[in-house]
Design a protein around this ligand. Structure first.
Ligand SMILES: [Zn+2]
Length: 409
């Protein structure tokens, strides 16, 4: 496989980290020429990437066009610098996202995400739109009021947004007495959160949006380290992987490939990245692969929504659960305005699991109903605590780009 051989040669010549990595494992350039050969190499963890961050840089400082950072929630932000070519690669990738969602030059796309704070996704979507000559509205991460005002003024047909934030825009439009379905928006490309369950059906968050707003939702899955996004076509049967840009492997705890369709950790190898290419990088995202031909005719591998983060996997009362399954139950309840899930774990077991809820219906009856919902969905019931908005804010660690809904103690 030419792209893989090119990558290995490039890393051998330019990456201080991989030069050491290959040396320590006695690997020479000729050892890796096929995807099968990748198995000879140890995987690289998030910790390796953070600890040796700048050793991953393969180019001179003067080739860097933009410094991005990962949206990690702990410790120092990890840098992912981009060269001009890397920005073009992002543009190509997101142009494909928009093409899969069948956008064209008659659309107007409003970007409801931050374009500053070293955030990669913002520039990626913006450059993708420019490549396709689709007009952009850089709305940014502003209040639901301002987003609504911008929708009314610029009449976008497409939004790129965090789906739980879309609910706030729906709420705002209802508060202002505006009929949401009279707005120009027809499609929403959802970022940062899953909108489908493990059967690829809309999860409760998506159902909540669709019950109020007659739009088409598209799922995506991306991260700054991957410098790549996986996106859905109009059939919504898993996120398509662009095999020209990335190799995706789904691995178990020991680093072996899981049987076809089983869940495992997404491990990636990037093609065409100049500044910080990655080889066998474990993303921490738990997913499964879909190999059947898509209804759109594509034979490319697709991957499921992120079922959870590897480090967030909880073993509670003998059951394995991900915070996302807890979120899914909470997001089915209209009364709930906001929430934070807290887990206390010891030696790999979760001893305490508390769901802090800010809601309008703080009654014993509602609590019992919610417990029943949890029992049905997860087979276990976390402890439920009601709290005010300010109490919830105080519990939440200071954070910049994403609303934190899960913490471990
Ligand atoms: Zn498809």
């Amino acid at each position: 496989m030419q792209q893989l051989s090119d990558l290995i040669t490039y890393l051998f010549q330019n990456s201080p980290f991989y030069q050491n990595w290959f040396k320590a494992q006695n690997i020479s350039i000729s050892d890796i020429s096929s995807i099968e050969d990748l198995k000879k190499l140890r995987t690289v963890s998030k910790q390796d990437f953070a600890a040796h961050n700048m050793d991953f840089l393969c180019c001179n400082q003067n080739k860097i066009a933009d410094f991005c950072t990962t949206s990690g929630t702990t410790g120092n932000a990890v840098m992912v610098p981009l060269t001009e070519n890397d920005i073009n690669r992002l543009a190509e990738n997101e142009a494909r996202t928009f093409t899969l969602a069948e956008l064209n030059t008659s659309d107007v796309c409003m970007l409801m995400l931050t374009l500053d704070k070293q955030f990669m996704a913002g520039i990626a979507y913006y450059e993708g739109l420019r490549k396709l000559k689709i007009p952009a509205v850089r709305s940014g991460s502003v209040s639901p009021q301002t987003q609504l005002k911008n929708i009314l003024q610029f009449k976008p047909t497409v939004l790129v947004a965090v789906p739980s934030f879309i609910l706030k825009v729906i709420e705002e439009s209802s508060a202002q007495g505006i009929e949401i379905n009279s707005l120009s928006v027809k499609k929403i490309i959802c970022i940062g959160e899953a909108i489908r369950d493990e059967n690829l059906e809309p999860n409760n968050l998506a159902k909540n949006i669709l019950a109020n707003w007659n739009v088409q939702l598209f799922s995506t899955h991306a991260s700054s380290e991957m410098q790549t996004a996986f996106s859905e076509c109009t059939h919504g049967k898993g996120n398509h992987i662009n095999s020209n840009l990335i190799i995706a492997e789904i691995l178990d705890e020991k680093g072996n490939e899981v049987p076809n369709g089983d869940i495992g950790e997404l491990t990636i190898t990037t093609f065409g990245v100049e500044a910080m290419p990655l080889l066998r990088y474990r993303t921490g995202d738990i997913v499964f692969a879909i190999h059947e031909t898509c209804e759109c005719g594509s034979n490319e591998m697709r991957i499921s929504p992120v079922l959870g983060r590897k480090n967030e996997m909880l073993k509670y009362k003998g059951t394995t659960i991900f915070p996302s399954s807890i979120f899914n139950v909470l997001q089915s309840q209209n009364f709930i305005k906001d929430f934070l899930v807290e887990a206390e774990s010891k030696e790999g077991r979760t001893e305490k699991l508390v769901v802090n809820i800010c809601c309008t219906e703080q009654t014993e009856n509602f609590k019992q109903n919610l417990e029943n919902f949890f029992r049905t969905a997860l087979r276990v019931t976390p402890e439920i605590k009601f709290c005010s908005e300010s109490e919830l804010a105080a519990m939440r660690p200071a954070e910049n780009r994403k609303i934190q809904r899960f913490v471990t103690r």
